[in-house]
Design a binder for this molecule. Structure first.
Ligand SMILES: Nc1ncnc2c1ncn2[C@@H]1O[C@H](COP(=O)(O)OP(=O)(O)OP(=O)(O)O)[C@@H](O)[C@H]1O
Length: 324
């Protein structure tokens, strides 16, 4: 359904063009779930926003192809993209308070999507909004539909955002850090809801998060991004049980454990390089415990370790081949 081929995204900044995302490729089938994980600045959001073509066109250069249902979204006229956004592909973000309009009721805001895409009149849109609030498990939906965003808790507001996103039964929902601003219990409820809605509506979901544990639990497959590149792709169980790239290993080690008293929490030493200051070879080399001289000479390719499991680390790949 979605096939991203060699996507690169550059932004214009004061000093010229910087490369934010480099040569990213992946596919997503119908009713599938995919997680994208990485530290802040790794290129997760830029990749997701590219699918909806939400970057300011004047300051952005995009290369590659984003095939959705056989058409390349990067070459569609803006008028066609407007039809696809919200109807076929929807997106939810981290902070629902900033995405909701404080002076409109939640019913009006959900109804707006339906009025635009499905041409419903106001009464029908209000009725459908109540149905959607029920679907996202907001209790007493008929009464809550006239509430304003500030009358709801953070978790409820995120449910409203999800109701808006699924209003047109999209085939793809992109959730960009949808639970980061919520406490742990609410976080689990929202992920359960997304899982159930994926089944009910038959949509695919891309979940973006900095939390590898959360993504691996939710999605069938996980992509790990670092400094604008894919560094590992694997089924979630594999990624969680035996991540191969040293960066993925670091992300896994950084997840706090409830069972063990680890003393100090682990953090990957160093920081992600800025887009304009990436090293000449492997982007992760300056932070990597396995670094060898060859790593700093040339950028490593993404290679297949086993079917469905790709990594961008020749050192680890060679070690795996030696040990069989
Ligand atoms: N409009 C823009 N102009 C210039 N640089 C940008 C722009 N948008 C993103 N970038 C840069 O591209 C890189 C990737 O950003 P992106 O937001 O995708 O990271 P992320 O992995 O989603 O992190 P976060 O979790 O913080 O959102 C960052 O270095 C960011 O500063």
């Amino acid at each position: 359904m979605l096939q991203i081929e060699n996507l690169s995204v550059d932004f214009r900044v004061d000093s010229g063009w910087i490369s934010s995302v480099t040569d990213v490729s992946f596919t997503l089938g119908p009713r599938a779930s995919l997680g994208i994980v990485g530290e802040s600045g790794s290129g997760k959001s830029v990749t997701a926003l590219s699918v909806l073509r939400l970057h300011a066109a004047r300051n952005t250069r995009m290369r590659g192809r984003i095939m959705f249902d056989g058409q390349d979204l990067l070459t569609l006229p803006e008028r066609r993209m407007r039809e696809i956004r919200g109807r076929d592909i929807a997106m939810i973000f981290q902070d629902p308070m900033h995405s909701l309009n404080p002076v409109l009721t939640i019913g009006d805001q959900i109804g707006e999507t339906l009025r635009i895409h499905q041409k419903l009149d106001a009464a029908a849109a209000q009725k459908a909004a109540i149905g959607l609030l029920d679907m996202v498990r907001i209790p007493d939906a008929a009464r809550r539909v006239t509430d304003y965003p500030h009358q709801l808790s953070g978790g409820m507001r995120q449910r409203v955002m999800i109701a808006m996103a699924i209003a047109c039964r999209p085939r793809l929902l992109i959730a960009d850090e949808p639970t980061t601003a919520l406490d742990v219990t609410v976080q689990a409820q929202i992920l359960d809801l997304l899982r159930d809605l994926r089944e009910e509506i038959g949509m695919s979901v891309i979940l973006i998060s900095h939390d590898l544990g959360l993504v691996a639990e939710f999605a069938e497959r996980v992509l790990v991004m670092y400094a604008g590149e894919l560094v590992e792709e694997a089924p979630s169980l594999t990624m969680f049980a035996r991540p191969a790239h040293p960066y993925s290993e670091g992300l896994l080690k950084a997840i706090p454990s409830a069972d063990e008293d680890v003393g100090r929490l682990y953090a990957i030493p160093g920081r992600i390089p800025d887009p304009g200051r990436r090293p000449p070879g492997c982007n992760f080399a300056p932070r990597c415990p396995l670094v060898q001289p060859a790593c700093t000479a040339a950028p490593p390719p993404l290679a297949t370790m086993e079917p469905g499991h790709l990594i961008r680390c020749p050192v680890r790949l060679a070690a795996m081949e030696t040990t069989g």
